[in-house]
Design a protein around this ligand. Structure first.
Ligand code: PGA
Length: 263
């Protein structure tokens, strides 16, 4: 499979937003846009990652959308199954609620909640064992980029989890490259820098396993309609993980259209 035949994904990461009424309106607006201008699944697949208490209502509200929009959990417990882990939601419980997708290793989890390499590896292991599809987030800080360490840091983050992914499970893993300095800052990596990092990630994945080389690699960090077309044109950028701009249905839709048209 060449990079260009990998299916595109555009996933909205709502983070700790919005209140219920706004979430309902947002989905309603998105459904209307998709009704009038459907985006074919083979051109670009869509996902929304709401707060955990909204996973089920959002999933239900999306059920009658004109095209499939999957519901994505923003995180998962490092512990499997069920048990005495107050406040946690395991991969098995997500699966039990028909939530099939999960973000793991987002830089905000790494920074504020202590999700280090061992924790993200546990989360990925249990999510894949439960049959979920994982969007594994990696990315370097500004300091690391300025010291020339960006590639090393990102490839290390991939290596941190490689040993817990079985060869046949790579088809259930996507990577989201999100340079930390570009998240929520309005600064985006240039398409050239993003493409170059994506190509390195692809190379790194291919060295781990042939199957891993076919994983979709999404870009994240201030993606908006104004920069989506250029990013989507890069051969190794197979989609986007969109934060701020996903809180506006029109912007999110336009980003998805950019990826659908280019791929
Ligand atoms: P942003 O967030 O688009 O607001 O930069 C992206 C993310 O954190 O996933």
């Amino acid at each position: 499979m060449s990079a260009s035949t990998i299916r595109s994904w555009v996933i909205g990461n709502w983070k700790m937003n919005p209140v219920q009424a706004d979430a309902q309106q947002l989905i309603q607006n998105l459904k209307q846009l998709l009704q009038h201008g459907p985006i074919a699944e083979q051109d670009c697949q869509l996902g929304i990652a709401p707060v955990s208490i909204a996973l089920l209502p959002v999933r239900e509200q999306l059920e009658d959308a004109a095209v499939k929009v999957v519901t994505v959990a923003q995180d998962v417990s490092r512990f499997p199954a069920t048990g005495a882990y107050t406040g946690e939601i395991s991969a098995d419980l997500l699966k039990d609620s028909s939530i099939q997708f999960v973000l793991i290793g987002h830089s905000e989890r790494r920074e504020f909640f202590g999700d280090g390499p061992a924790v993200v590896a546990d989360k990925i292991k249990h999510a894949l064992a439960a049959g979920l599809t994982v969007i594994y987030c990696v990315g370097e800080s500004l300091e690391q980029r300025e010291s020339g360490l960006a590639e090393q840091v990102v490839l290390q983050q991939i290596c941190d989890v490689a040993s817990v992914v079985k060869q046949e499970q790579w088809s259930n893993v996507m990577i989201a490259y999100e340079p930390i300095w570009a998240i929520g800052t309005g600064k985006t990596a240039s398409p050239q820098d993003a493409q170059s990092m994506h190509a390195k990630i692809r190379e790194g994945l291919q060295q781990i396993a042939i199957q891993a080389g076919n994983s979709a690699i999404l870009y994240g960090g201030s993606v908006k309609p104004e920069n989506a077309v250029e990013l989507a044109a890069c051969p190794d950028i197979n989609g986007a993980l969109v934060g701020g701009a996903s809180l506006n249905a029109e912007s999110f839709y336009q980003i998805a259209q950019a990826f659908a048209k280019t791929k």
